[in-house]
Design a protein around this ligand. Structure first.
Ligand SMILES: [Zn+2]
Length: 454
């Protein structure tokens, strides 16, 4: 870009000199010459002028760069300062201050195994099949790690285990894999690994459970959340549970899961309970941020940040009593997740188009100069965009979600059984008003029919 600006400046200087000379020597030639130069200037600047008005972000490149993907699962977008201005995440906010920020990025499922597998394979759950506990995915499916390894990358997985680790074959393609569980337990392993492996380029995945419930592992509700209240009520008193501390939060979470499978409302929380619950969640985010500061410092100390892309994202978010608790339903706090890309030399950009986590694998591939992998559901977002993206759940029965960024339809399986929910997520981001019946929804049903059959 600097070269182009220099050329434009040089052109203007030459044109001005020629025009000045003509103006002195022969005024009759001045205006035709001015017209000629104006014509040339318009032709040259045309693409810049239209580019300026179209506001299409310029695709960045980072050929051969290392890639670090950090996935603190259950992390909500609105608990990050860089998205909402809250004060819980000073380290994340500073590290990603000039990053590409994605505001319409969705997981493919409301819980880890299916959504995480989508991120690693570029496939929707219906295609990688990991939509029930205990499924191992087919050896025929290529993972991001296998693809990067095949293309000369050293691949490292520091994972949370469980639904993000070797138990479900999600370390396939990684040359080195180790379980961290949480940074809380094993931050040293993460820092030592960053220091020890000097083979480049590398792809490093860090997936951890630090934000996951129980929410109060890190001491009393921290000052950062500003919570000063005391619990006013015991919403589950008939079960004679302690309603303070870990047991309280844990029992509510467990009961909320029971609710999802039994479809009975078991827990009613007062405003005070909700404030407590949210402060506990925020505590985990504050804790995560403090641990990530050490990770960012270690990357800096290695001196690799000028050729390393750092990604912060999440498989799914969490509901904190907006509709329900935990992560099992496909409302926005769970499905619309954070994605931040710190790309060396790239211009700070907010990307507002739809993106699914199936797009991360192909888009990162393109970013580092690899061919975009074929036969997957994801697209290279630097070249293409989606009209619709989808979500799938199996809790307790098979459900589908489709959105075009304005409306969002939630239905039970391809036969549209049970309650049908349609929200205008632009005007009603809290998804409080079901407008199904008020607004034509046929397009969205058609999309789900196409999706379920493809
Ligand atoms: Zn999860």
């Amino acid at each position: 870009m600097n070269g182009e600006i220099a050329n434009i400046v040089l052109g203007v200087v030459i044109a001005a000199s020629v025009l000045g000379y003509m103006y002195q020597r022969d005024k009759r030639l001045f205006f035709p010459a001015l017209g000629f130069f104006a014509f040339v200037a318009l032709m040259v600047s045309g693409p810049y002028v239209t580019g300026f008005f179209a506001h299409d972000p310029v695709a960045p490149t980072c050929e051969g760069c290392n890639v670090v993907i950090i996935v603190p699962e259950v992390l909500r977008k609105d608990y990050l300062g860089v998205y909402s201005g809250v004060s819980y995440t000073p380290s994340i906010d500073a590290f990603f201050a000039d990053a590409w920020k994605f505001t319409n990025y969705y997981g493919t499922a409301p819980w880890t195994l299916p959504s995480h597998t989508s991120m690693l394979t570029g496939l929707y759950p219906k295609n990688h099949k990991l939509i029930h506990n205990g499924y191992n995915f087919s050896e025929d499916i290529m993972t991001m790690a296998q693809y990067f390894a095949k293309n000369g990358y050293f691949t490292i997985s520091l994972n949370g285990g469980g639904h993000m680790g070797a138990d479900y074959n999600l370390t396939r393609g990684f040359s080195y894999a180790r379980e961290l569980y949480r940074f809380e337990n094993n931050l040293d392993i993460a820092l030592d690994t960053i220091e020890a492996f000097t083979i480049e380029p590398f792809l490093m995945l860090m997936s951890v459970y630090d934000v996951h419930d129980p929410y109060n592992r890190y001491g009393p509700v921290s000052a950062a959340t500003g919570y000063t209240g005391v619990l006013a009520s015991d919403p589950i008193s008939t079960r004679s549970l302690e309603h303070t501390g870990e047991l309280y939060v844990q029992n509510i979470v467990n009961l909320s899961r029971a609710f999802v499978t039994s479809n009975q409302s078991i827990v009613t929380l007062s405003d005070e309970d909700v404030a407590y619950f949210r402060a506990r969640y925020a505590d985990n985010v504050v804790h995560l941020d403090s641990k990530l500061k050490s990770v960012f410092d270690a990357l800096e100390a290695r001196g690799i940040l000028n050729n390393t892309i750092v990604v912060l994202t999440s498989n799914h978010g969490e509901e904190l009593y907006e509709h329900w608790l935990s992560h099992s339903l496909m409302y926005e706090p769970v499905m619309n997740t954070p994605l931040l890309l710190r790309i060396p030399q790239a211009t700070k950009t907010t990307y507002t188009k739809l993106m699914s986590n199936v797009d991360l694998f192909p888009s990162l591939s393109a970013l580092v100069g690899l061919d975009v992998p074929k036969n997957i559901d994801g697209i290279n977002i630097w070249n293409e965009s989606h009209d619709y993206i989808f979500g799938e759940s199996d809790i307790p029965r098979h459900k589908y979600m489709v959105t075009d960024g304005t409306y969002k339809l939630l239905v039970e399986n391809e036969h549209f059984l049970g309650t049908i929910e349609l929200y205008n997520i632009k005007n009603d981001p809290g998804e409080n008003y079901n407008v199904y019946g008020l607004t034509g929804a046929q397009t969205y049903f058609d999309q789900i029919t196409l999706f379920s059959r493809s």
